[in-house]
Write a protein that binds this ligand. Structure first.
Ligand code: ATP
Length: 795
């Protein structure tokens, strides 16, 4: 329990925050409930302040609910025990100048009125209110050097209307607020000077209280009754005043209209009662949740309880419940509200030297009256004494001044008339004064009678032994309270221990689980390690294979480079290198299709034979290029060996497309048919021409010699076969391969010998044609090679 929010106990001048003290009292099962066979569902553990409630009707719900309070009382608890243990300290605080409030809350018929008022005329069954009277007056009678002023009021809230139970016909009452708290102006207060006075007031009020009959309770309170006690205390020595205010509230019971079997009037009452109680529940909830807005203004009840709930009062809530299963839901609701109310914090304030203290007013008035009466009495006494001195010999002595004055006037006859008038006047005056003084004296007596002087009749009321007994009772109550607290703390510790144990158990389970997981993980780890080793092994294998492949490739590359270095002209190689571009997408080297700048002559130089090709290419080459044989390499686009020119090296049969110009074909056809010589028209290069002429001549001579030697006739169709044979022996490319080379033999299988005569004729014609074209082809470096080959063929 923190210092900020301790539970109320003995009175203290310091006023730390204090929680509302919540006590639960369970009444015994009633005869009606018993006869109906209703089971008991409430178990109370007074030594622990615990209440348990079991739901028998719904098996699915949580079976037993447990609530802990500041104190719990079962059916066997006596009124005196409850009072001594719970209420006594609070009333002591009130007698020390604090505000206090005790209210009984609960379902109808659960014993609120029984707890607050008890059974009339039955000493043991007296409730809290009459016992409070006794405690107050016992205190007053014991306290010396104190003056007390005790006023009581009694009001009820019926159908949301305030009614003065001590003056039932009084006008409409309202709740007002001022600095010191809420109050009801014009509420009748009766001054009390004893326990009996207070009991009388209570009984008068109870007679006026609205009660009715319901199914739940024969004498059901249909209103919220508030018995207000105001005790003003003045220390005579220090002249300081304290005011203690105590509100004792017996609330109307919350009820289910279906259960109460109420009439129309009862239903109206019940709806108002429930409304006020639900607003009380809302206030409790708002305070428990520390809500910024507390709906005090929702009902008259909550407005009156404003100081008691979250205000400057010490408060006890007594939650009354019944044990029957029939009222399970209502009991549970009460227990829940009570549990919430435990968290409400109040800040009790001691009412010292209040401005509105009646006692002060009374004291001042008494003083004033005394001051008024005293000089008059003095005057009278003096006058009387004077007259006695003047007429000491007179036998007739009267106490009355008027009489003396008359006697005096009789003795002096000469001034009779004057004296008579004077006497009459003074008589009147004296009479008036006397009446006035008498009035003041009565008023003074009246005021003085309202103030009770403490410390009187102490021994009359209680003997020493009784006092001792009382002390012991309070001590016992205190001890019990401490016991409950200790018990609750123990339980809390037990719970904590249990929780720790559970945690430990769950930790052990967790460890076990983790161990299992760990061993699984370890097995996985081993498998993974094995896999890793396998991967490493595979990787090394791959690496070795790659290295071997790389070595092979390097070797191959070296061979290719060797070939390139030795067979590809430097300028071509250079060009190819610059022309080659790496295609990132396809990941391969490619030759760019556009001619390189600075080298544009290169493509322009080349004869264009196919519209989409970069260089002249034959159908045969196209076909070959599609195959993947090694021999097809030379037909691929970038055949470095025959890069520059694809020579027309086809046979007449294979040579289908008109790659040779029409004029040349016509010439050749004519030459073959006629066998005539071809005129050499163009002669740019004399050397070539002369060499060709030599070839032609040599060929002609050789043909003639051959014809003579063999005397063999020429084949009738030799003309058509001769070029084929000749063409078959001509090797395309940069150089003409030797007739015996492998590549040549693969590509051009020999089909038979060609007659020398025809051969020479063809050679002659070819040479002649070449001479005719020499102007365009002499620059070609391969052209001379062809000539050499033709020469060779010819020879
Ligand atoms: N602790 C108790 N011991 C014995 N009898 C009790 C106890 N509490 C209540 N009773 C009895 O139960 C009945 C109903 O009690 P009471 O009238 O005090 O209930 P209530 O809560 O004030 O009801 P309502 O809200 O309707 O006014 C009464 O006959 C009363 O004597």
């Amino acid at each position: 329990m923190s210092a900020r929010s301790r539970r109320p106990g003995t009175a203290s001048s310091q006023t730390p925050n204090e929680c509302v003290q919540v006590v639960v009292r369970c009444r015994p099962i009633s005869n009606k409930e018993q006869s109906e066979g209703s089971e008991e569902v409430v178990a109370v553990y007074p030594n622990r302040g615990v209440v348990e409630i079991t739901n028998l009707s719904d098996a699915n719900k949580e079976q037993t609910k447990m609530f802990t309070y500041d104190a719990a009382y079962d059916a066997g608890a006596t009124q005196i025990n409850l009072y001594n243990e719970v209420v006594f300290p609070l009333v002591s605080s009130v007698l020390d100048g604090f505000n206090g409030c005790i209210f009984a809350y609960g379902q109808t018929g659960t014993g609120k009125t029984f707890t607050m008022e008890g059974v009339r005329g039955h000493e043991e069954l007296q409730g809290i209110i009459p016992r409070t009277f006794e405690q107050i007056w016992l205190h007053i009678n014991r306290t010396e050097n104190f003056q007390f002023l005790v006023d009581v009021s009694y009001l009820e809230i019926y159908m949301e209307e305030l009614r003065d139970l001590l003056k039932p016909n009084s006008k409409h009452l309202e709740v007002r607020e001022r600095g010191s708290g809420v109050y009801v102006p014009n509420l009748h207060a009766i001054n009390c000077k004893s326990v009996d006075d207070m009991l009388n007031v209570m009984h008068i009020g109870n007679k006026n209280r609205t009660v009715g009959f319901t199914n739940m309770n024969e004498h059901s309170s249909r209103s919220h009754a508030i018995f207000m006690i105001r005790i003003e205390m003045c220390d005579i020595e220090t002249n300081t005043i304290k005011v203690g205010k105590l509100n004792l509230i017996d609330l109307a019971g919350s009820e289910r209209q279906s259960k109460t079997g109420a009439s129309a009037e009862r239903l109206k009452e019940a709806s108002k009662i429930n409304l006020a109680l639900s607003s009380l529940g809302n206030v409790i909830s708002a305070l428990a949740e520390n809500s910024p807005h507390v709906p005090y203004r929702d009902s008259k009840l909550t407005r009156l309880l404003q100081d008691s709930l979250g205000g400057n009062s010490k408060t006890i809530m007594i939650a009354n419940i019944g044990p029957s299963a029939y009222n399970y839901n209502e009991t549970l609701t009460t227990l829940r509200y009570a549990s919430r109310a435990k968290t409400i914090q109040n800040k009790p304030v001691k009412n010292e030297d209040p401005q509105d203290a009646k006692l002060k007013e009374y004291q001042e008035e008494i003083e004033r009256l005394k001051r008024l009466i005293a000089p008059k009495q003095q005057q009278r006494t003096e006058k009387t004494a004077k007259k006695r001195q003047r007429k000491p010999k007179k036998e007739k002595v009267s106490n009355e001044v008027v009489q003396q004055e008359i006697e005096e006037s009789e003795e002096e006859p000469e001034s009779d008339k004057e004296n008579e008038a004077e006497v009459a006047k003074s008589n009147e005056e004296l009479e008036r004064e006397r009446v006035e003084t008498a009035k003041l004296a009565t008023k003074l007596a009246e005021l003085e009678s309202q103030l009770v002087r403490g410390g009187k009749n102490l021994l009359d009321t209680y003997s020493e032994r009784q006092l001792e007994l009382e002390k012991k009772l309070v001590e016992i109550a205190e001890r019990k309270k401490r016991e409950i607290e200790i018990q609750q703390q123990l339980e809390l510790q037990e719970e904590t221990t249990l929780e720790i144990r559970e945690t430990v158990t769950s930790l052990e389970q967790e460890v076990e689980l983790k161990k299992r997981k760990l061993s699984k993980c370890y097995a996985k780890y081993l498998a993974l390690q094995q896999e890793l080793n396998d991967c490493k092994y595979d990787h090394n294998q791959d690496l070795r294979e790659l290295e071997m492949a790389q070595n092979e490739l390097v070797k191959e590359l070296k061979r290719q480079l060797l070939i390139i270095d030795n067979f590809v002209p430097v300028e071509v190689k250079q060009r190819l290198y610059t022309q080659a571009k790496y295609d990132e997408e396809q990941e391969e080297w490619k030759f760019s299709s556009t001619p390189l700048t600075g080298d544009s002559n290169y493509l322009a130089k080349r004869p264009v034979s196919h519209p989409q090709r970069r260089r002249p290419i034959s159908e045969y080459a196209l076909m070959e290029a599609k195959t993947n044989t090694t021999s097809a390499l030379r037909f691929k686009n970038e055949n470095i060996v025959s890069y520059e020119l694809e020579m027309p090296c086809r046979t007449t049969q294979e040579y289908r497309s008109p790659k040779v110009s029409a004029s040349l074909q016509a010439v050749l056809a004519q030459a073959m048919q006629t066998g005539d010589d071809i005129d050499i028209v163009d002669s740019h290069t004399n050397s070539i021409r002369s060499r060709l002429e030599n070839i032609i001549n040599a060929s002609a001579n050789a043909t003639a010699a051959q014809a003579t030697a063999n005397n063999s006739p020429t084949t009738p169709n030799g003309v058509s076969s001769m070029p084929v044979a000749a063409a078959r022996n001509i090797k395309p490319g940069r150089g003409i391969a030797s007739p015996g080379s492998a590549i040549d033999s693969n590509r051009r299988p020999p089909t038979g010998r060609v007659a020398p005569k025809n051969l020479h004729r063809l050679t002659r014609k070819l040479a002649a044609w070449l001479i005719s074209k020499s102007g365009r082809i002499t620059e070609n470096p391969y052209f001379s090679n062809i000539l050499i080959q033709i020469q060779r063929l010819n020879s």
